[in-house]
Design a binder for this molecule. Structure first.
Ligand SMILES: [Zn+2]
Ligand SMILES: [Zn+2]
Ligand SMILES: [Zn+2]
Length: 138
């Protein structure tokens, strides 16, 4: 586990810091996404909110994690696949959020359909979220 963390940081030319290691380990240890608040709680004993926030921003910029929109405006993050890189995310998959427990997963195999835009319009970013009930909650 530790090696994978070091690998990911090194591959993205990030120095290995305690906060980066801790937060990346959180992502590697869960299935699915983490809410910003959860990360703050879990890393909060050792790191302040600003450090947690900056670490997450850095990971998003480097293409290590991506954000997931939610209806309640709480940001969630999930690990990217290996084909994301700095400034180039390829997370055009659909996300599922459970209305009961909040579990959020990446549906990596389900891509967002291409939307035909009016002439002259250029798409930049699209998000699709399916809300429902997960198998634990039904
Ligand atoms: Zn990505
Ligand atoms: Zn659920
Ligand atoms: Zn995702």
């Amino acid at each position: 586990m530790t090696n994978r963390v070091d690998d990911i940081l090194r591959r993205n030319s990030l120095s290995v810091t305690e906060s980066r290691k801790k937060i990346l380990n959180l992502f590697l240890s869960v299935q699915g996404a983490l809410a910003h608040g959860d990360i703050e709680t879990k890393a909060g004993e050792k790191f302040d909110r600003v450090t947690v926030y900056r670490t997450l921003q850095t990971f998003v910029e480097k293409g290590i994690i991506h954000t997931i929109p939610t209806t309640d405006n709480s940001v969630r993050y999930a690990l990217c696949k290996d084909n994301c890189s700095e400034g180039h995310h390829h997370d055009n998959h659909v996300h599922f959020i459970c209305d009961k427990c909040g579990k959020t997963i990446c549906l990596d195999d389900v891509t967002i359909p291409e939307v035909k835009l009016p002439k002259g319009f250029t798409p930049k970013h699209a998000e699709m979220v399916v809300n429902g009930v997960c198998d634990d909650c039904k």
